[in-house]
Design a protein around this ligand. Sequence first.
Ligand code: TXA
Ligand code: MG
Length: 344
Amino acid sequence: MNTKLLPVSPESIAEAGEIIRAGGLVGFPTETVYGLGANALDGDAVRRIFEAKGRPGDNPLITHVASEEEIAPLITGGVSPAARALMDAFWPGPMTLIFPKSDAIPPEVSAGLSTVGIRMPSHPAARALIRAAQRPIAAPSANRSGRPSPTTARHVLDDMDGRIPLILDGGPCEVGVESTVIDVTGDVPRVLRPGGVTPEMIAKACGAVEVDGAVMRPLKEGEQPRSPGMKYRHYAPEGDLTIFEGENGAVAAAIRARYDAAPDGSAAILALPGHEALYGARRVFPLGAADTAESVAAALFALLRRLDDERVKHIFSEAVDSSGVGLAVMNRLSRAAAFHIEKV
Ligand code: TXA
Ligand code: MG
């Protein structure tokens, strides 16, 4: 299959909408990461997503809508006051809510669970695509399973060339990490995956929040995750990644020592902007353009891809403060490191 890469325009959106209606797949930009979309109401179309990504069949997909009216037919049991408050505060935007599903959601989308994740993205191209398709769109991140999520159309092409007919290019994604996944089926909203909407923001909007324990640690032996995605080692660079946590000077000293002990040319350091000088002439990649969690988030996945492209074998990274969006950054970075975190 020949994969077309087209800039977002009324014509390319219309073509993409046609493909979705006909049961095909489209790569498209959202404010978080690029998605790989299919008609969410068509189990056969959704199965093609799993094939194109090489995704395990037990990991459910998020269903994307452009307006609130589209939600009622997809869920059962209505919208709780807490869910209502979150929808009012953060939609459209980088937030996915887990509701009990209706029969309209095929088992391929929910991977056999009784729930469905719903997201209303804010990216104009994503919204235009959902409208053009005239259907809700099921979409995971548009990477091959196990690769970092794509934050540019080029990343999607690198992973999906020959596997899908069309990628819409809307430029780099603003948030850079995937949406915050929040289970709203219980009394207190529970964060299953941190993202651009932070626990602090959630607590402010609806009074209470819980962060699932598996967000910042590996699953225990035999533990059933509330979100199947937690089982998988996502975002894995080819090199081994170690994170160093502690006071700046101590972290830099530990990283310098480990870097110097690695074979020549095999190692690289990930450091917050402004910290480069701590590492002298060693090979440093900045974590983002500015020393803010938002900036680190926006740059993180492109950086992980670059480390693979440059075949870096040993990666030593500074930790990021895990308040605000920093929690999402540390969640992704810790998983990429398979939880190799050294406290110094
Ligand atoms: O920002 C995003 O969320 C992007 C864009 C394209 O919208 N999508 C995305 O999808 O990141 P994906 O499939 O890569 O990640 C979805 C995560 C997975 O960890 C999955 O296990 C979890 O959400 N999830 C989906 N449906 C769920 C459900 N019903 N219950 C629990 N977790 C669910
Ligand atoms: Mg993904």
